[in-house]
Design a protein around this ligand. Sequence first.
Ligand SMILES: [Zn+2]
Length: 160
Amino acid sequence: MRWRFSAQLHAVKNIELMPEIQITDANRDAIMSGNMCPYCGCPTKYVDSIRVYKVRSYGMVYVCFNCDAWVGTHKSSTRALGRLANAELRLWKRMAHDAFDPIWKAQEAAGTPKYIARTEIYKWLSGAMGIDPRYTHIGMFGVEQCQAVIELCKHYNPIL
Ligand SMILES: [Zn+2]
């Protein structure tokens, strides 16, 4: 899988990426709920994901067409999974999940209920990153935070 991501990352490096706007106390909720685009600050649109994936629908998304950035929603809910992500961040989010998910899945396989296993590992991540647990979700992270997740997960030790 790794080769595929590095090939895609090489591809996105050639895209002129838009810098993000500052996430402040005033705009954090609007950004994390998918209502404000973190790249241009504009209000987003709530549309069927076929508009961004083109070939099929994976439910509804919040999207900013100007920035080619979007975020999915929780199943049977209008609640966003986090902040909008552009092409570069979408790749980093996927790689962060590839590093993070096997840790709680191993605990689930060992008999811990999924919800508890995920909560426990997110709690560890929250402490390791020094971020409020409310905002410790890969869907809420930017590129640098996703990179930190990948590094931290390499050194995850269940005994500590
Ligand atoms: Zn935008």
